[in-house]
Design a protein around this ligand. Structure first.
Ligand SMILES: O=C(O)CCC(=O)C(=O)O
Ligand SMILES: [Fe+2]
Length: 207
């Protein structure tokens, strides 16, 4: 199911061909020291927020902090809340350009998530908002504490668990978002923080 080969200077590439999805995974896309510097800079320099979203009609604080960043037209509606993008931070812009090259994509926006420790998490969901269009590419760059990333097929129930370590890059392609859910579960053993950047291409203006 997987095959590994060398890819330029970004370490080995693993290719997962799953039912209704394809994943490309570079476990060591950024060197450790560079990933650590990126983590520190983003932790200190971004305007982190912990917004409330609506779950079954009730306002609940999300169990992590986040920043939505991108081109000016890239508004994003998520769990009933419309987020306007923060202007590009130069480091995030630089990473986006490099990820676009590696993934041959045109990402124009990024959701950054900061999990302060293993209690902070993200529940099962798909990145299937209409403004992303059909079969969107979603790339995910991880900095800091390594965390598990679970995927579950919506009808087959097939599950896959990946470990997203510091500097890893994961690309979800094919009809992955239509057919699979993903999550970052709580992890009691995780004491350090993790920042994840998920790159998206907003196709049209949200009204
Ligand atoms: O933190 C992660 O690895 C996943 C983030 C995610 O799924 C999202 O932002 O939609
Ligand atoms: Fe997601």
């Amino acid at each position: 199911m997987t095959r590994a080969h060398q890819s330029d200077n970004h370490g080995s590439l693993q290719h997962f061909v799953l039912p209704d999805a394809e994943l490309l995974f570079w476990p060591e896309w950024l060197p450790q020291a560079q990933a650590e510097r990126c983590y520190q800079q983003l932790a200190h320099e971004l305007n982190w927020q912990q917004p409330a979203i609506k779950i079954f009609g009730k306002a609940v604080l999300i169990p992590r902090q986040q920043v939505w960043m991108g081109d000016p037209h890239c508004s994003y509606k998520y769990s009933g809340v419309l987020f306007e993008p923060e202007p590009w931070h130069p480091l995030v812009k630089q990473l986006t350009d490099r990820v676009n090259q590696a993934c041959q994509s045109q990402f124009n926006s990024v959701l950054l998530n900061w999990y302060a420790d293993g209690q902070q998490h993200m529940g099962w969901h798909s990145d299937d908002e209409p403004e992303l269009g059909n079969n969107p590419h979603i790339a995910s760059l991880s900095l800091g504490q390594k965390r598990f990333f679970d995927l579950k097929h919506k009808s087959l129930g097939t599950q896959l668990k990946l470990e997203l370590g510091q500097g890893s890059l994961l690309l979800m392609t094919g009809p992955c978002q239509a057919n699979w859910l993903h999550r970052v579960p709580k992890m009691a053993a995780a004491t350090e923080g993790r920042i994840n950047l998920t790159f998206r291409e907003i196709k049209q203006k949200t009204t």
